[in-house]
Design a protein around this ligand. Structure first.
Ligand code: ZN
Length: 295
């Protein structure tokens, strides 16, 4: 076992490896995901052949262990989260999305955090819980946590996935401001701020700090955060079904210019079944959906 500090660095770097190559914007991970390491890939194992550029995913050594003690949650009846049974949409009163670059916490599960809008450094959701789903071993402690409602949603999603023969595990959920500081600083130290900004973001701008975002991946891509997930049956299942459990694939390929993040088929953001279904049907960035909703 490595000592804690080694492990942390290893983790950070490892996660970093995922994603895309340097050619395009490095994976936008951090605030969003874990940065992609473009250089020094660890060891390209049998990388699932990914067709897109982001695919030369260096393989993080982290996620290799297929086994986890935890079993994917099974208790959630599949119908529990079905679209039809969703409770009526609660339209949020006309609320500003932000005030001078600060996120409007009153938006609840619709809270908007992005490259322009940040959370307070001391923001940590009060209702974080650990969902009963399988995680990769590298995800530990509060990095497995989500806000209660999102946790219930991901349990339903994972149970349905399991029933459909889809193998998925959580790789990273809640991320504290302080953890983000460490990650971001490590990226800046390694690649310089300008470069780091392309795949990471300063603390406060990570959607993971909301407790409403979780990255998931599959054995078919070595549980890495790679665009290659898109080509797998697991990635396709996610794209087709995540909304039924209240999640959207937040950073779509078509929205890269608008969101400032490259395509991340692994990053799920909880916004509730009704809104997620709307966003999917409308096929618009979350930012645009919210603006329309609040107008
Ligand atoms: Zn993410």
């Amino acid at each position: 076992m490595r000592n804690p500090s080694q492990w942390m660095v290893c983790c950070a770097l490892t996660l970093t490896l995922v994603g895309c190559t340097t050619s395009e914007q490095p994976a936008t991970n951090e605030p969003v995901e874990e940065p992609v390491v473009t250089e020094e890939p660890t060891a390209p194992e049998e990388a699932p052949e990914s067709t897109d550029d982001a695919s030369d995913t260096p393989e993080p050594e982290v996620a290799e262990e297929p086994t986890t003690e935890e079993e994917p949650a099974t208790e959630t009846p599949e119908d529990s989260a079905s679209v039809e049974e969703a409770p009526p949409v609660e339209l949020v009163p006309k609320e500003p999305l932000e005030t001078e670059g600060q996120a409007n916490l009153a938006l609840g599960t619709l809270i908007l955090v992005n490259k322009q809008i940040a959370l307070p450094s001391n923001y940590k959701p009060q209702d974080l819980v650990t969902p009963n789903i399988a995680f990769v071993d590298s995800a530990t402690g509060d990095r497995r946590m989500l806000r209660q409602e999102a946790a219930t949603g991901i349990e339903g999603l994972m149970a349905a996935a399991k029933s459909a023969g889809i193998d998925l595990k959580g790789t990273s959920a809640f991320r504290s401001y302080d953890y983000q500081v460490q990650l971001f600083n490590a990226y800046v130290a390694r690649d310089g701020k300008e470069q780091a900004m392309k795949y990471s973001a300063p603390p406060g701008h990570s959607e993971h700090q909301t407790g409403l975002a979780i990255d998931v991946s599959s054995a078919s891509v070595g549980y890495q955060l790679t665009q290659g997930l898109e080509q797998t049956k697991e990635g396709k299942w996610l794209a087709d079904n995540a909304h039924k459990y209240g999640f959207i694939v937040r950073y779509q390929r078509a929205f890269e210019d608008e969101t400032g993040y490259m395509y991340e088929p692994w990053h799920l953001r909880y916004i509730g079944v009704e809104h997620a279904t709307n966003v999917k049907q409308m096929n618009v960035p979350f930012e645009q959906y919210l603006k329309q909703l609040m107008d």
